[in-house]
Design a protein around this ligand. Structure first.
Ligand SMILES: [Zn+2]
Length: 275
């Protein structure tokens, strides 16, 4: 079983100390996939100065040289890996960035090339801002050949761009629903990568202020029962002492599972050839 860890919203507004506060003691055990915003625009949340909440200004990551130096040191050390998390992460009146922004193909191509050049690492994974992807957004990500780490994306073929694999993947989800006794509306995280024509998708379990350790271990046990993998997703800026404690205890629990491997998030998409 493979277990990975994803953290969202590293950007110009992030300091190395923010990440060290949450992940020291953790990234020695498991690499953290930092879903990074290349040209962040401010919005109302902890850690972004109020003066930038509505300014609409774009901040290239390189304008935070302390963070860039820190990332360049910790990527080769395998403490962190990088995924693309939108382009500006800005919200539009009619949706989130990868539902409503124009020129999504350009945002992906430019954002990816920028981070690859600045940080010296290849990028193969996309994390949609707010976990929201429209049909057009998914089409752009798929065309770029990036794998998607998300939560609660729709698998219904009608909500997706045309893809020869959409129907068989939808069918897999239905079978999983039945096997776990879920009704049509119950949320689920499917514990295997779903492969489409140009990309694959994997769902994450969220760690947010209302999450309990028991919810996470139940999700992990379910994934294991189905021979699957597991990815935990959180935001460093909302991890307080209580959440950090859950995080540590979750990995203590996971570590005791036989044959478990803590992997970088990119590896969730590799084909396992255990036979
Ligand atoms: Zn985000």
């Amino acid at each position: 079983m493979r277990i990975a860890l994803r953290d969202d919203d590293t950007c110009y507004f992030t300091s190395p100390a923010d990440l060290e506060r949450v992940y020291s003691g953790i990234w020695q055990r498991i690499p953290v996939c930092l879903a990074t915003v290349p040209f962040a625009v401010g919005y109302p949340r902890a850690g972004i100065p109020e003066s930038e909440w509505h300014s609409g200004r774009r901040f290239p990551l390189e304008q935070n040289p302390a963070l860039v130096a820190w990332l360049r040191e910790n990527i080769p050390a395998r403490r962190v890996t990088i995924a693309l998390h939108g382009y500006t992460h800005e919200d539009y009146p009619d949706g989130f960035e990868f539902q409503a922004a124009p020129d999504l193909d350009r945002r992906i191509a430019d954002g990816r090339a920028y981070l690859e050049r600045l940080l010296g690492t290849p990028i193969r994974v996309f994390v949609p801002p707010h976990n929201a992807l429209s049909k057009r957004g998914l089409d752009a990500v798929s065309r770029a050949g990036l794998n998607v780490l998300g939560s609660f994306l729709s698998f219904r073929p009608a909500n997706r761009p045309f893809d020869a694999h959409a129907l068989s993947n939808w069918w897999r989800i239905q079978q999983f629903r039945r096997a776990t006794g879920r009704d049509r509306a119950a949320p689920l995280v499917y514990p295997h990568p779903l492969r489409y024509r140009r990309h694959a998708e994997f769902g994450c379990h969220g760690l947010i202020p209302s999450t309990t350790l028991e919810q996470l271990t139940a999700g992990l046990d379910e994934a294991r029962r189905f021979g699957g993998d597991f990815c935990l997703a959180t935001h460093y800026w909302e991890v307080d002492e209580r959440l950090k404690n859950i995080l540590m205890r979750f990995f203590d629990y996971a570590e005791k599972i036989p044959n478990v491997r803590f992997v970088a998030a990119d590896e969730l998409f590799d084909r396992e050839d255990d036979s």
